[in-house]
Write a protein that binds this ligand. Sequence first.
Ligand SMILES: NC(=O)c1ccc[n+]([C@@H]2O[C@H](COP(=O)([O-])OP(=O)(O)OC[C@H]3O[C@@H](n4cnc5c(N)ncnc54)[C@H](O)[C@@H]3O)[C@@H](O)[C@H]2O)c1
Length: 432
Amino acid sequence: MKIAVVGTGYVGLVVGACLAENGNDVVCVDTDGPKIRALQRGRVPIYEPGLEELVRRNRNEKRLSFTTALPRAVRASDIIFIAVGTPADRDGSADLRFVLAVARDVARAMNGYRVIVDKSTVPVGTAARVREVVRRETAHPFSVVSNPEFLKQGAAIEDFMKPDRVVIGVEDPRAEEIMLELYAPFIRTGAPTMVMDCASAELTKYAANAMLATRISFMNEIANVSELVGADVDQVRRAIGADKRIGPSFLFPGIGYGGSCFPKDVQALVRFSADKDYDFRILRAVEAVNAAQKTILVAKMRAHFGSLKGKRVAVWGLSFKPKTDDMREAPSVPLIEALVSAGAVVHAYDPEAGRVAKGIFGSRVTLASGNYDALKGADCLVIVTEWNEFRRPDFARMRALMRAPVVFDGRNLFTPAQMQQHGFTYYSIGRR
Ligand SMILES: NC(=O)c1ccc[n+]([C@@H]2O[C@H](COP(=O)([O-])OP(=O)(O)OC[C@H]3O[C@@H](n4cnc5c(N)ncnc54)[C@H](O)[C@@H]3O)[C@@H](O)[C@H]2O)c1
């Protein structure tokens, strides 16, 4: 099939590359000229495992191309995916400016029937608004489909290639048939395709992210109570995760969720519920718990050191989660801002997010060349992101490099007993 994907970010680029890998002709469109030029030269501007190779292969085989020229891409395609950002507006609602602008531009370029697919995460009613915008601009026939994306950054290709399920919100049989044909190669392993109305598809995406964010905030509260009552949250987590009704995923306590999705999607769901005079109380609490959890390590550091002024702090991990360079809403940002404004000197290391971090912190933070490099002369180490390479460090080497053997672990990578054995003062989440 001939496909255009508009918006070449963490989602659009993965979707485009994976659709090309299955034999479709895909053109990826973006307004960001430097990004498109880099991609045309074979350079992938973001870090996502396996993506560079996939892009290179499909580009070489001429199934995947990149352009800033939307009209030409629309005329060459049967299906147009909208995968642009939907950031939080000032009042927390999803900002649909980019989605609606693309819908208008697509409509103006159409020269026959097109399927226009909302891949961006958008509030209920957006498919109807897109339909309205397109109808105003063109007399050509078209269908609007809501096809939310559930991929996880860090495992995006695997998730898109072998999805748990495919959700297709569609309101006419012609578009339904095309979408089922498009997704057929991705669901051979038996994953269900769920065809529904557009409103239900749109709400499904928010419900999924809100549920996951709720689990995280719930476990963070269990962790905080564990500390107060002398329980070990890891034991509690394993025991409740064994219950089939609960399951083991997404029960790890930490220093709050971040990223480009959970914070803005939770906010948007609260907001569009409020627009219908519904107060989504659970999610307001989920947000408040998350905001508080992001401050928890600094509080532990203040309790240990008193003043943080002049303390040299090593930070391991900056991205909002492992295997991505994305730092949008990353807990590392408010943490480091708090440390710097308290007068601490921060030496940070991240395997992939260094370049992004440089853009955020400039010269206020020193970026180390490796995780041990960050530890030289440090008064403590703070672990912020659970990259695999941090899980089995050489503890003797760490102690030799640090001025004081103190670790604040925001991801519970180690056990208190193990750290005591290695001679560290160790603070973690939900354990004594
Ligand atoms: N990142 C994720 O893990 C994830 C997962 C599922 C769904 N989503 C949703 O997918 C959407 C995209 O997310 P993302 O993380 O890929 O965003 P992103 O910011 O990485 O990428 C968005 C891209 O759209 C481009 N763009 C903006 N306006 C444009 C226009 N008018 N024409 C062409 N391109 C334009 C931007 O230049 C940018 O490259 C969001 O709605 C998000 O909520 C994201």
